[in-house]
Write a protein that binds this ligand. Structure first.
Ligand code: ATP
Length: 507
């Protein structure tokens, strides 16, 4: 309404001035230009410059609220103690740490670590994401960087004298210069960040510490990483078994757990999970318990939650009876061969259809290894082949259910060749002709296929019985499966796996 009155008024003034003989062309040109700028969003962006960056809702997080990540916590705390000891820094003439870079996969607790760093040093906490600095218009991002540092100084002045600035997705703002199509804006923003970091001095009244986080360390501009800018680079990795247990304990601390619950076992079944996945497991388990009207979480809720987090929600469309039988045979094949090669390794087999798979075998691990021996890799290929071979033996034909398994098996075969573990000898892949490497990988797959066929051929009856039970009950626990399969062949050697073998949906 106000806009319309203003436009009407402006028009009336123009007509009056025009009637009095004034040249209106410059006014019309300027008005048109302003209109175009406003429509294209440039003015909106420039106006946004001066608004403080969104900081989200940050509760107080302390290092004790972060499970696992002991090396990262230790390294971060050392850097912080060193940064807060101002007397010592002055006395010894030390240049204070200006920046700490946290690198690692998503959901591993980088943001939590930055918040805990702020709490540990009693500092104000300001957070922003790299993508918030990037605009099409040159200069806007740089202005936002200046604004962020000014806000941090102000927050430090009002608070305890120090502030932590946390920039997530640093690679968006700090990517290598000269690589983007809109060079100027990206480069100016990064330059401004470098200037702002260089401006941090030990004798400042307000102490600022910049903590950056990235999943793509490789994309960062080397200028950011040179000493005097991000002085410490702290790796925040996926948690190991102990770490997973600690994170599960943290996220179930506010939930009533039944007496049978073993978080140890859940930690053992969640190899490759991040802290965010584990938080989701605890939450999903509580939702399942609530849906069943129970007062506390049981082991089965946690186990189902693990499956849900890996595979997603159950599919709305149920497979036909024939499809279900095929899926059950396929999963039974994976599970039986896994038990034969590594007795005690299966924790559950399921044929309930979920987002990413139609069936699933879950396996337990005893430790997170750093290295994989050849026998372990061959067993993994054998277990992956077992679904397709079981279909062939029990149903007389194979299906597309094995496509994902075969891709993964091929990947392992390539790893065997590339690591010098194949018949080609201790030789790098770089000096093997591609056709020869492919031929060797094919040999490995063929050999494991024959091995699995020999293992399953004599167990057709067990395969069929396991399949029937699975079709009836949708899910078998590891112990139920072992009762059906009988004693395993090999001494127990539990093997770690990131994900269980699953039946891929067709297509
Ligand atoms: P991204 O790289 O995607 O930004 P991030 O590494 O910053 O992820 P956070 O945001 O710190 O991850 O973690 C997300 C959530 O996952 C947290 O709010 C917390 O619930 C849970 N979480 C992650 N790691 C841990 C941990 N080590 N201990 C406890 N909870 C954790």
């Amino acid at each position: 309404m106000i806009k319309e009155i203003a436009a009407g008024g402006a028009l009336a003034v123009m007509i009056y001035l025009g009637l009095n003989g004034l040249n209106l062309m410059p006014f019309l040109f300027l008005g048109g230009l302003l209109y175009l700028l406003a429509q294209s969003g440039a003015l909106r962006s420039l106006r946004r410059e001066n608004r403080p960056l969104p900081q989200g809702a940050f509760g107080r997080v302390e290092f004790g609220h972060i499970g696992g990540q002991e090396p990262a916590k230790r390294e971060l705390m050392e850097s912080l103690d060193f940064a807060t000891n101002r007397g010592g820094i002055r006395r010894l003439g030390i240049r204070p740490i200006k920046g700490i870079l946290l690198t690692g996969p998503p959901g591993t607790g980088k943001t939590l670590l930055a918040k805990a760093a702020a709490a540990h040093t009693n500092s104000a906490f300001l957070a922003a994401s790299g993508s918030e600095f990037i605009e099409v218009y040159a200069g806007v991002g740089a202005q936002r960087v200046r604004q962020l540092f000014a806000d941090a100084r102000e927050a430090a002045r009002r608070g305890g004298g120090s502030a932590v600035i946390f920039i997530d997705e640093l690679e968006v703002l700090g990517g290598r210069r000269g690589q983007h199509t809109s060079h100027l804006e990206y480069d100016q923003t990064l330059n401004q960040l470098l200037v702002a970091m260089d401006g941090l001095a030990s004798d400042d009244d307000q102490r600022l510490l910049l903590i950056g986080a990235t999943n793509r360390f490789d994309l960062l501009d080397p200028a950011l990483l040179r000493p005097g800018r991000f002085d410490r680079i702290v790796r925040v990795d996926l948690p190991d078994r102990e770490g997973r247990l600690a994170i599960l304990r943290i996220h179930t601390a506010n939930k009533p757990l039944g007496p049978q619950v073993s978080l140890q076992r859940i930690a053992g079944q969640t190899f490759g999970f991040s802290g965010a996945h584990l938080e989701s497991v605890a939450n999903e388990a509580a939702i399942l318990a609530l849906r069943q009207g129970l007062e506390s979480l049981e082991q089965k809720h946690l186990e189902e939650a693990v499956e849900k987090v890996i595979l997603g929600e159950k599919l709305p469309r149920a497979p036909s009876r024939d499809e279900l039988e095929r899926i059950a045979v396929h999963e039974a094949g994976h599970a039986i061969v896994s038990e034969m090669l590594n007795p005690g390794s299966v924790t559950a087999v399921t044929v309930s259809s979920r987002g990413a798979a139609l069936g699933y075998v879950r396996q337990e691990e005893e430790a997170d290894p750093y290295l994989y021996p050849l026998a372990y890799l061959e067993d993994r290929v054998a277990v992956l082949m077992a679904g397709a071979v079981a279909e062939e033996i029990a149903l007389g034909s194979r299906s597309t259910a094995a496509s994902d398994d075969l891709q993964r098996a091929a990947q392992i075969a390539r790893t065997i060749v590339g690591s010098g573990l194949s018949g080609l000898g201790v030789i790098s892949e770089d000096v093997i002709p591609p056709t020869e490497a492919q031929g060797e990988a094919r040999q490995i797959l063929k050999a494991q296929e024959s091995r699995v066929r020999a293992l399953l051929r004599g167990r057709r009856a067990i395969l069929v019985r396991t399949c029937q039970v699975l079709v009836d009950r949708e899910r078998l626990s590891g112990d139920e499966l072992r009762r059906l399969v009988g004693p395993g062949r090999r001494a127990r050697r539990r093997v770690p796996r990131r994900m269980g073998e699953g039946t891929a949906p067709a297509g």
